[in-house]
Design a protein around this ligand. Structure first.
Ligand SMILES: [Zn+2]
Length: 1153
């Protein structure tokens, strides 16, 4: 990742600024330029006021309209029709001479001629002159969600001629910014949210009307009170009676570790109560939860509410010091007397000790081997420590009912597990950007002291719920977007217009830039442009610009992309029925290629290749009666043997394509070929796209380790004995650099590779996945693929993958205001310099996590700004820029940092950081580093923000009270601590998946959702309340569902009533339930319908179709299921939550002493 193999191809600011040529024009005064339709912008009406509706499940809405599949069409088995066209072993293209421009370079039918100024009623371009300040009526021209693409812009194509094949990266358009200017950025936007009491609108002044008012409900609901984990210290006195509450978020005291809200100004940096005390006036509204003295127990019913007796926890640990948690901490915890045993409402079972696994398990070399005293007589009550379920539910009830309005700087959004609507009022939606903290330290010293990583998880093309408005597309015509002269930041709500509107000062670098004449507008008495609400780029956090030709490779508008389907037809693929399945599916799936807005048909062209040791290309030109096959057996120097007829329009060539897809399974029905090649397949796709001068995506369906003689040939190097050794990292590294180089070429061409793997044995995902990973593609793995059980999952994944929104040839840059800068990047992409993230393809599910570091001081007044600019080619070939802006607060008090963190995002970052670390460091080192960093984060809080208390008290910041439990889940995950059943390929696969996950995905992946199905209300649409992931929460008489984004388990207790079993499985007894089921039987009764609707709902929410696994209690598969009960000890040696919390406490105390 983040390879810097190539010098940047252009000077950072070398690109001429489009849009300044016409500057002499005396167009001041808001007169529209000639040629710019006055009305075309009028339809943009600014943000819609007032979302009121409850939110449907957020997330993905893929494939809903996809037709169900009929039974396979009988295939034309007459392969002889192809025989005449077999051209053996070609060495050169059959067509002589230079290839003609690919047929695909011509415009697809139905396109419209490109016009720089857009047409008709689209929402692009320049608004009518001098629009009054009030917003137009909220008649949205677009039906949000009616199309997968952002805007129903007239499909605008340029008449592009063929471009030279040579490729030049365009990153210089995303030109660099200079940081370090000491000039103070624009006027202080302080006061919003956490700033000084003087409530000053942000830079643009645009949020003053709504900001403070809207903030109120959030502060109120954001303020869960402290949680304390008591490990036995007295919770004696009522916590801090009458203490002024100075914060929105108070610390969590893990019950028994004792109470003590952090807000008292104590500790070295003495967080003064006055800081906060001065704030409440700016935050009218209901009293903060923390303002009541009973904070912890009130908002955390799950936590202890009465003081346990003094704890011996404060005493020294008798056990040996533990550096890094290999296994769970040894059971050396001193007695934990006095926990208030709390019965969790829904579970009447007596809280016993943690499920008591024996000491040594296979694969747990470290656990059990450590000396230590016998287990303590009494342990921490799991109900008294912070509960993820409780936190999730509290956030849902506090924040799920009102829209999240983004007009206020530094607001912490609701959790990813809360359904909420977002209203863009100047900052990007949390669906696009989430941060580890929304209030960042002013100095790097503070940041280092806290050890809280400053990172943003960015999902630039995120899918929005239907109720939310897609980003508007702004068309500035030939001049292109308005940008800062120096840092090239794009026009955004935080730019400050000065001198009557003739110039603007950059909010990122403070440079002053002339406003281009065509963009001039008068300012109102507050200094705001009068067209403020008419321009998305002035009033919204997220929007798009239509890119000009300057933003295109070789200064030519791109062709529409192409999809190439490349099918392994070796023995295993044919025998398993996979080849036939794929071919059948493609016949209908090709009608569902992504299309732009309201276009009738997709602009994407398609091509087909099959392969084993050799490659077969197919000519499916519409004029042919039958498809033609061309075989390339010399795979050492891959070329494409045909150009005309390889990439075609589906509708034009439908007959020939269907004929081909009918014949492929028959042609290879009797194959004996077991060996495959792999790299030449990618090379072939790459060459085809090069020849067609377009970007595109390869869909490769592959079954085995490519051992046939060819470039990129691999050997089986799997060796589980390397686990827990210094060489373990090699299991995650590619075995050859060949694929890295290939990936680089693919990125240069905009060739994204999606990989569907069907292995029956090791096939080296770590190596095969390299190109997918670096091109921004997706990888899917179906081990031991069986038609009967796996086809639904595969076909659903394939349909979503083909249909999902994707941008091609993408370059992303994140600009920041002076004082911080993006220093590190995590995700599926390629980097040829230190600032530009390049992706051959970027789809709606992919995230890029960006870390920031200080390079100067920040100011509380100015805050900090991020601008993420993504340049990409849409599925119709339109070049666009998508801009997301986010403003954050800055603080001089550590308490403000801790009060505005988001643990889910922090975990997303930490997991990605650790998963990258295993490439270069021993896994143990990575795990130890994670533990150490989190201990430092919590120790810093304890030292500087919490009130003084006995060392025996574990005090956690409220916003981070789940950090220990979630961190433990990351440490126990298959990548960092594999169980015996986890294969090397599984680990490489998971590693790759997690690297692109968004915050919601990592949240459920590391802490799965566990639902008691038997508690579901069959008459309501709601889900049953989730429970904590521990075996002791399961009742033998109930049925549970557990999902983690990749799998769904349905666990059936041995004592489940026969009637329930009959209703759900259609069999009369527990013993008759088959755990070979991959779907639930369709039965006509309310319970069956309810459970299936829950499963369907979850499937739609996740980006991948989850595998359904039936687990009977005490059955052998239960081991697999228990692996996901992440609060328990794991078979691979992972610590239980309780044990890990004690261990973290010990680490923290060591740091403090
Ligand atoms: Zn600038």
């Amino acid at each position: 990742m983040s390879v810097n193999q190539q010098a940047h191809t252009g000077p950072p600011y070398g690109q001429p600024q489009p849009g300044y040529q016409g500057y002499q024009q005396p167009a001041y005064g808001g007169q529209p330029l000639p040629g710019v339709p006055q009305s075309q912008y009028g339809a943009y009406n600014g943000p819609m006021p007032g979302y009121q509706q409850p939110v449907p499940p957020q997330g993905y809405f893929p494939s809903l309209g996809f037709p169900s599949k009929g039974s396979p069409v009988s295939l034309n088995s007459d392969t002889s029709s192809l025989a005449p066209n077999f051209i053996g072993s070609l060495r050169a293209p059959p067509t002589s001479g230079a290839p003609p421009p690919a047929s695909g370079a011509s415009l697809p039918s139905g396109h419209l001629t490109y016009s720089q100024f857009g047409h008709g009623d689209v929402q692009n371009g320049i608004p009518a002159s001098a629009a009054p300040m009030q917003r137009p009526p909220a008649s949205q021209p677009f039906l949000p969600g009616s199309a997968p693409t952002p805007v129903s812009q007239t499909s605008t194509f340029q008449q592009y001629g063929p471009t030279p094949a040579s490729v030049q990266q365009l990153s210089n358009h995303m030109a660099g910014m200079t940081i370090g200017s000491t000039t103070a950025p624009a006027p202080p936007p302080a006061g919003l949210g956490y700033g000084p009491p003087t409530s000053v609108p942000p830079v643009s002044g645009s949020f003053s009307a709504t900001g403070s008012g809207l903030y109120t409900p959030y502060t109120a609901s954001q303020g869960p009170s402290p949680t304390s984990v008591s490990q036995g210290l007295p919770l004696a006195q009522p916590p801090f009676p009458g203490q002024p509450v100075s914060t929105q978020r108070l610390p969590t005291q893990v019950p028994g570790f004792a109470p003590s809200p952090s807000s008292t100004g104590i500790g070295p940096s003495s967080y003064p109560p006055s800081t906060g005390a001065s704030r409440p006036p700016t935050m009218p509204g209901p009293p903060l939860p923390g303002q009541t003295v009973a904070g912890p127990s009130m908002s955390q019913p799950n936590h202890v509410s009465s003081p346990p007796p003094p704890s011996t926890m404060s005493g020294p640990h008798p056990g040996p010091p533990m550096s890094g948690l290999h296994g769970p901490p040894p059971p050396t915890h001193p007695p934990q007397p006095g926990y208030q045993m709390q019965q969790n409402g829904s579970f009447g079972q007596v809280r016993g000790p943690q499920p008591n696994y024996g000491g040594a398990y296979p694969g747990t070399p470290n656990y059990g081997s450590q000396p230590g005293p016998p287990p303590p007589p009494k342990r921490l009550d799991p109900d008294s420590i912070p509960s993820p379920i409780q936190v999730i539910e509290d956030d849902r009830s506090n924040r799920g009912s009102e829209p999240f309005v983004t007009g206020v700087r530094g607001q912490v959004p609701p959790l990813v597990t809360t359904n909420f609507l977002v209203k863009d009022q100047g900052n990007a939606s949390p669906r696009y950007i989430r941060c580890t903290s929304y209030n960042i330290p002013c100095t790097s010293d503070m940041a280092k002291q806290s050890q809280v990583p400053l990172a943003a998880v960015i999902k630039p093309l995120a899918t929005l719920p239907l109720e939310e408005t897609l980003p508007y597309l702004v068309d500035h015509g030939e001049s292109g977007p308005v940008r800062c002269n120096r840092c090239k930041a794009y026009m955004c709500p935080f730019m400050q217009f000065i001198e009557g509107g003739r110039r603007f000062q950059c909010c990122f670098c403070s440079c002053v830039t002339e406003v281009p004449p065509h963009y001039f507008q008068h300012l109102d008495h507050t200094g705001k442009r009068v067209d403020f609400y008419d321009r998305p780029e002035l009033s919204l956090g997220s929007y798009e610009f239509l890119a000009t030709v300057d933003y295109c490779k070789n200064n030519k508008f791109p062709s529409p992309p192409a999809f190439i389907f490349m099918i392994d037809v070796s023995y295993n693929a044919v025998k398993s029925g996979l080849v036939r399945l794929i071919c059948e599916e493609l016949k209908s799936l090709l009608d569902y290629l992504p299309r732009e807005g309201n276009m009738k048909e997709s602009a994407i062209r398609v091509g087909f290749v099959t392969y084993n040791k050799v490659l077969h290309f197919y000519n499916v030109k519409s004029s042919l009666a039958q498809p033609q096959m061309m075989v390339v057996s010399d795979v050492a120097d891959m070329f494409v043997p045909l150009l005309d007829g390889f990439l075609v329009n589906v509708n034009e060539s439908r007959t020939v394509i269907v004929s081909l897809l009918d014949q492929i399974p028959e042609m290879f029905a009797d194959t004996r070929e077991t060996e495959t090649v792999f790299a030449p397949v990618i090379q072939a796709g790459l060459e085809a796209l090069k020849a067609a001068e377009c970007a595109g995506k390869l869909f490769i369906f592959h079954t085995s380790l490519p051992i046939a003689e060819a470039p990129g040939k691999l050997k089986n190097r799997d060796d589980k004995k390397l686990i827990n050794t210094d060489k373990e990292k090699t299991l995650f590294q590619p075995q050859t650099s060949f694929y890295n180089n290939l990936a680089k070429d693919c990125v240069a061409q905009g060739c994204c590779v999606d990989l569907f793997l069907f292995p029956n044995q090791y096939l080296d995902v770590a190596t095969l996945g390299v190109v997918t990973y670096q091109t921004g593609g997706s990888i899917y793995k179906y081990a031991y693929f069986q038609l009967e059980t796996d086809q639904d999952r595969f076909l659903n994944d394939l349909r979503r993958d083909v249909q999902k929104e994707v941008g091609f040839d993408a370059v992303m840059r994140v600009r920041t205001s002076t004082g911080i800068r993006a220093t590190d990047f995590f995700g599926a992409f390629y980097m040829s310099n230190t600032t530009d993230v390049e992706m051959a393809g970027l789809d709606c599910n992919k995230t890029i996590t960006v870390e920031f570091k200080h390079d100067d001081k920040l100011s509380e007044d100015s805050g900090a700004l991020l601008q993420c600019a993504l340049l990409y080619t849409s599925c119709a070939g339109q070049r666009r820029l998508r801009i997301h802006n986010l403003s954050l607060n800055c603080c001089t008090q550590l308490a403000d940092l801790y009060r505005n963190c988001e643990t889910d995002t922090l975990i997303n970052y930490l997991a990605k950081y650790a998963y990258r670390g295993v490439l270069s460091s021993p896994v143990k080192t990575v795990r130890d580093a994670l533990i150490n960093q989190c201990a430092q984060i919590l120790a810093c809080y304890r030292k500087n923000c919490a009130s003084p208390s006995s060392a025996g008290q574990l005090i956690l910041p409220e916003c981070m009270k789940l950090l220990p439990v979630y961190l433990n889940c990351v440490l126990k995950s298959d990548v960092l601590q594999p169980g015996p059943e986890v294969t090397t390929d599984d680990r490489a696969y998971i590693r790759q998946l997690v690297t692109s996950m968004d915050v919601a995905e990592t949240n459920v992946f590391f802490y799965p959702r566990l639902l008691p199905l038997t508690k579901a209300d069959v008459d309501s649409d709601s889900l049953p309340a989730a429970i904590r992931n521990s075996e002791e929460r399961l009742s033998k008489g109930d049925i549970y569902l557990l999902e983690n984004g990749l799998n769904i388990f349905v666990w059936v207790g041995v004592n489940v009533q026969q009637g329930l079993i009959q209703n759900l499985f259609g069999v009369s007894s527990f013993s008759q339930i088959s755990n070979a089921l991959s779907t639930l039987p369709v039965l006509e009764n309310p319970f069956s319908k309810k459970v299936r609707s829950i499963v369907d709902m979850l499937q739609v929410q996740r980006s991948r179709y989850m595998k359904l696994i039936i687990v009977k209690q005490e059955d052998k598969l239960e081991m697999l299921f228990k692996h996901f009960l992440v609060e328990d000890k794991s078979l691979s040696g992972g610590a239980s939550y309780v044990d890990f919390l004690c261990h973290m406490h010990k680490e923290i105390r060591q740091l403090l002493s």
